[in-house]
Design a protein around this ligand. Structure first.
Ligand code: NAD
Ligand code: TDX
Length: 332
């Protein structure tokens, strides 16, 4: 048994990991989360109080961070500003949290000799052409496009430097697009599901040809737990589940599963600098650590995600008006 400090554990993927780690391992968890617009203490409801504790605070606050890191056996660092569209309207919180926040955690982990796992994204590698047979590997050069992905890339490079220069015991994982329950309604899949529930047509950026490599959040969590327990220090592992689909295909799958006509969506203004395609080669994770995803049927995972949003309207309803107001302002 060990004590994990999970940053951003009241957000979508961090809370999924807390639920997963408590159910599938005997770790106790302290969550450090600022409860920004994207964090919600209700994501941690139902967890045993003697094993999970929430501390509300900022990862860029050295005093709060130092005391919590001193008391932890390992840090699992999810906290971030995570939405590309927000980073285009105001990059400032992305620099604060993703760069200064990661730096603050790294300094505390260095001081206390604490094991560190850094959660990152495939977006640090930039994008691929639609007809390119290549996928991202741990050797792909960094080439981020947006303020979000560039601050995530910068945070990865800080971790790598702390490993090399200070001997920090760290690992990094770069995962593809997650879906599943408790994802903020600003993100593509929950935005369209909740639009359909509200009788509003889904909104596709541009032509809808852009490809994302979808993975269920539970599979992201199982991979992170495996890396934390068996990953080699200093290594980067890519996490993906062979889930490439165009945005158009995803919208049409949502419409079909929700009993709508296949053309019941609208094309809206494209995202500036919109990455065309992401694709992950997870061979290293599969072969070295023996990991495999449990969700191999995307439509089945999507159907259960739709069921979750139908059954949990009070959870997402409080986010919806603000998220749509931001989109209206940006013309999406
Ligand atoms: P999210 O926006 O749902 O959650 C982020 C959480 O971090 C929230 O609870 C928020 O309150 C908290 N937070 C933000 N700033 C903070 C600060 N300064 N101090 C403390 N807490 C703060 O994000 P998510 O989609 O769950 O993503 C989690 C992590 O996974 C991020 O690092 C992201 O880059 C990475 N990631 C996400 C995806 C994806 O598809 N969503 C894919 C790959 C990697
Ligand atoms: O209404 C929409 N219509 C639309 O066509 C929205 C919100 C999005 N899109 C498109 C843009 C993208 O091509 O759907 C795709 C997915 O969009 P997002 O959910 O915003 O995700 P993306 O930009 O791909 O980034 C996500 O995956 C990598 C996460 O938000 C990041 O945190 C993660 O690092």
């Amino acid at each position: 048994m060990s004590k994990l400090l999970v940053t951003g554990g009241a957000g979508f993927i961090g809370s999924n990991f807390v639920h997963y780690a408590v159910a599938n391992a005997d770790h106790d968890v302290v969550v450090l989360d600022k409860l920004t617009y994207a964090g919600d203490r209700e994501t941690l409801a139902g967890l045993p109080e003697d094993r999970v504790r929430l501390v509300v605070g900022d990862i860029a606050d050295p005093e709060v961070v130092d005391a919590l890191v001193a008391d932890a056996d390992a840090v699992v660092h999810y906290a971030a500003e995570s939405h590309n569209d927000n980073s285009l309207s105001d990059p400032s919180p992305f620099v604060h949290t993703n760069l200064i926040g990661t730096f603050t955690l790294l300094e505390a982990a260095r001081k206390h000799g604490t094991r560190f796992h850094h959660i990152s994204t495939d977006e640090v590698y930039g994008d691929l052409e639609l007809d390119d047979p290549a996928k991202f590997t741990p050797e792909t050069p960094y080439n981020p496009s947006s303020p979000y992905s560039s601050t995530k890339a910068g945070s990865d490079l800080l971790v790598r430097a702390w490993v090399r220069s200070f001997g920090l015991e760290a690992t990094i994982s770069n995962c593809s697009n997650n879906y599943g329950p408790r994802q903020h309604v600003e993100k593509f899949i929950p935005r369209q599901i909740t639009n359909v529930i509200d009788g509003v047509r889904p909104r596709l950026y541009g032509a809808g040809e852009n490809v994302r490599d979808w993975i269920h959040a539970d599979d992201h969590s199982s991979a992170v737990l495996r890396i934390l327990e068996s990953g080699r220090i200093g290594e980067t592992y890519l996490i993906g589940a062979e889930g490439e689909r165009s945005n158009l295909e995803v919208v049409q799958a949502i419409l079909r599963l929700m009993g709508q006509e296949p053309d019941a969506f609208d094309h809206v203004k494209d995202r500036p600098g919109h990455d065309m395609r992401y694709a992950i080669d997870a061979t290293k994770l599969r072969e070295e650590l023996g990991w495999a995803p449990a969700f191999t049927d995307f439509e089945a995972g999507l159907a259960s995600t739709i069921d979750w949003y139908r059954a949990n309207e009070p959870w997402w309803r409080k986010q919806k008006a603000e998220a749509e107001a931001k989109y209206a302002q940006a013309g999406h």
